[in-house]
Design a protein around this ligand. Sequence first.
Ligand SMILES: C[S@@+](CC[C@H](N)C(=O)[O-])C[C@H]1O[C@@H](n2cnc3c(N)ncnc32)[C@H](O)[C@@H]1O
Length: 317
Amino acid sequence: MPAPQPNDPAPSDAPAPGGARRRRVDELAGFSAGRATLPDAPASYPRELERLEIELLLEGIYRHYGFDFRSYAYASLKRRLWKRIEAEGLRTVSGLQERLLHEPEMMERVLLDLSVNVTAMFRDPAFYLAFREKVVPLLRTYPFIRIWHAGCSTGEEVFSMAILLREEGLYDRARIYATDINEVVLHRARMGIFPLEKMQEYTQNYLRAGGRASFSEYYTAMYDGALFDQTLTRNVVFSQHNLVTDGSFSEFNVILCRNVMIYFDRDLQNRVHELFYNSLGTFGVLALGSKESLRFSSHEDAYEALDTREKIYRRVR
Ligand SMILES: C[S@@+](CC[C@H](N)C(=O)[O-])C[C@H]1O[C@@H](n2cnc3c(N)ncnc32)[C@H](O)[C@@H]1O
């Protein structure tokens, strides 16, 4: 499939300080101009027909392009599809299906719509603090540490972990695999440029997460972007991986999959938990998002909680 285009609105073409170079940095980093509220189907749209059309559309996407969204949580998925239907000036789900199946570029746009990419550096600082206090001591006992960030989006989480490991003196023995279904966000992650306007918020997060240095040491300001220290990704491999259709690719000491399964239905959550269970070594650590849990995993009993509140678990069987 040809390289997808970023979904975020293109930066304004109006002359700006810094001119073309500044626009280029913004464009490459794909900075968002904010997320619109998601629409729903018109009130008169027949609900049963809508459901049928969406099922057919998802089946079509799967069979034609190989992306399997059939077990994503329906309510959120439906609103995202309607956002695209409206943006394209279409009236029905079937109208979108026709465009999708005949125009690969439309699939690229829908892929970006369906893979919600919201993220932040040191998102949920208490999680990173708990990781420092409860997981880092375990990692110190390993000669080599393998970490998988599944659903890493634009990489803010990966850079946060790299900073934490460096400050704990563990970075050099770590190898981080950072994956996502979406090649566009991975491209942004590899660049390591994040919006400069976010740095104040991220500095606060970093300090609350137990950061030990001055956060500004980790980046250089470039127009509207903060270019992060490229040595932070020396031990990082960014790669496309689909949690729904791709298998395990190694054995890990830590798997982080935060704020991804929230978009999956119960059955798919269980399938992904199966994948993680099979990809974790014994005593391996699994970290989930604040609204996620092991509840829909048939391996729930194989884990003990290292931190219940921060959703950090350890595989004990
Ligand atoms: C809301 S972001 C979470 C990013 C980051 N983990 C965090 O907590 O800030 C969810 C990410 O999951 C990715 N994703 C969705 N479905 C996926 C799948 N089937 N396989 C891999 N990644 C997926 C999306 O592309 C998106 O980047």
